[in-house]
Design a binder for this molecule. Structure first.
Ligand code: BTN
Length: 320
């Protein structure tokens, strides 16, 4: 039985409504022998699936591991374009690196690189991103928007608002956006987004949106960071969270293509209410600017009122 058939077997077990599905039913649906089913049940068990087998009743899935391989994500995915091609790695240096290589080799819009662990995960402004095995969502999405380079920051904000809304739909605790695209819970960072792109003259050739979301608490998390599970006090199925994020990005992206930046900006501002009107420090390449965060301009840049003057910030590390 091929890997494809094993995935189909897994899908049957995941979708099973009544307690058991008989070996006969599986072999009818998948067109394979009972012996082949048994062999692949054993393989799924080796991957961490707990499957009960009863000679009279058939098979029943009791519990599943928190895996993020494509077959797991596909089970939850309802998108049209995003995540239709996935490259999954148990461990990798950085999903950003791999996504750039794939994009240069012609990856389609919506292709996704995802890893269970990153050994040298990258953060914004030259920082590193701690990405231990099995604890988070480390993924890079390739987009090919028909956009001018000067609008690239719209996509950074679009990604932030999408992840923000995806998390909101899965939980009820307060979450906030900090410009440009950090997500905070209880003033601690739970998600960071790194947008990188390649341009052709004045247009975007492709964009790689790297999302790092801490799902499980782990002792490598820095003190200024938190995880979804710590905030919610419950467990998450990472594959489901990934599917939800892709779904939101797709909706926002379609909205952007149809209606431009205005609706995204409105929703971003709704998520960043606690940020505006506050005293902030922006560490830019040219020095530190202190002032009150006032809003966004049409490019998505941050407006800071500093000593009576309006300063426009395109890239900075913000302290509040
Ligand atoms: C930040 O500094 O806030 C951005 C962090 C982005 C981390 C993600 S994890 C997946 C992707 N691969 C990387 O190496 N970085 C991004």
């Amino acid at each position: 039985m091929s890997k494809h058939l094993r995935n189909q077997l897994l899908r049957l077990l995941l979708e099973q409504q009544s307690p058991y599905i008989s070996g006969e039913e599986i072999s009818k649906q998948l067109g394979c022998s009972r012996a082949a089913i048994w062999k692949h049940v054993q393989e799924l068990r080796n991957q961490g699936y707990e499957i009960e087998a009863r000679s009279r009743n058939g098979y029943r899935l009791i519990s599943k591991p928190d895996r993020i391989a494509p077959e797991e994500i596909n089970f939850y995915l309802q998108t049209e374009v995003l995540g239709k091609e996935i490259r999954y790695y148990p461990a990798i240096t950085s999903t950003q690196e791999s996504a750039h290589q794939w994009a240069l080799a012609g990856a389609k819009e919506g292709s996704l690189v995802i890893a269970d662990q990153q050994t040298t995960g990258r953060g914004r402004l030259g920082t590193s991103w701690v990405s231990p095995a099995g604890t988070g969502i480390w993924m890079s999405l390739i987009l090919r928007p028909n956009a001018l380079l000067k609008f690239a920051s719209h996509f950074t904000l679009l990604a932030a608002v999408s992840v923000f809304e995806a998390i909101q739909s899965l939980s009820s605790y307060p979450i906030h956006i900090k410009w440009p695209n950090d997500l905070l819970i209880n003033k601690k960072k739970v998600c960071g987004i790194l947008t990188e792109l390649k341009g052709e003259q004045d247009r975007v050739d492709y964009m790689v949106i790297g999302i790092g979301l801490n799902v499980k608490q782990n002792d490598q998390l820095p003190s200024h960071a938190t995880s979804l599970e710590e905030a919610a006090g419950k467990q998450y199925i990472r594959a489901q969270v990934i599917a939800q994020i892709l779904q939101r990005i797709e909706l926002c992206y379609m909205e952007y293509v149809k209606e431009g930046f205005a609706p995204i900006r409105k929703r971003w501002e709704a998520g960043a209410q606690s940020f505006f009107g506050r005293e902030v420090q922006a560490k830019t390449w040219n020095g530190v600017i202190k002032g009150i965060a006032e809003g966004l301009n049409d490019d998505g840049a941050l407006i800071i009122r500093s000593e009576g003057e309006k300063r426009i910030i395109y890239s900075a590390d913000i302290q509040m």
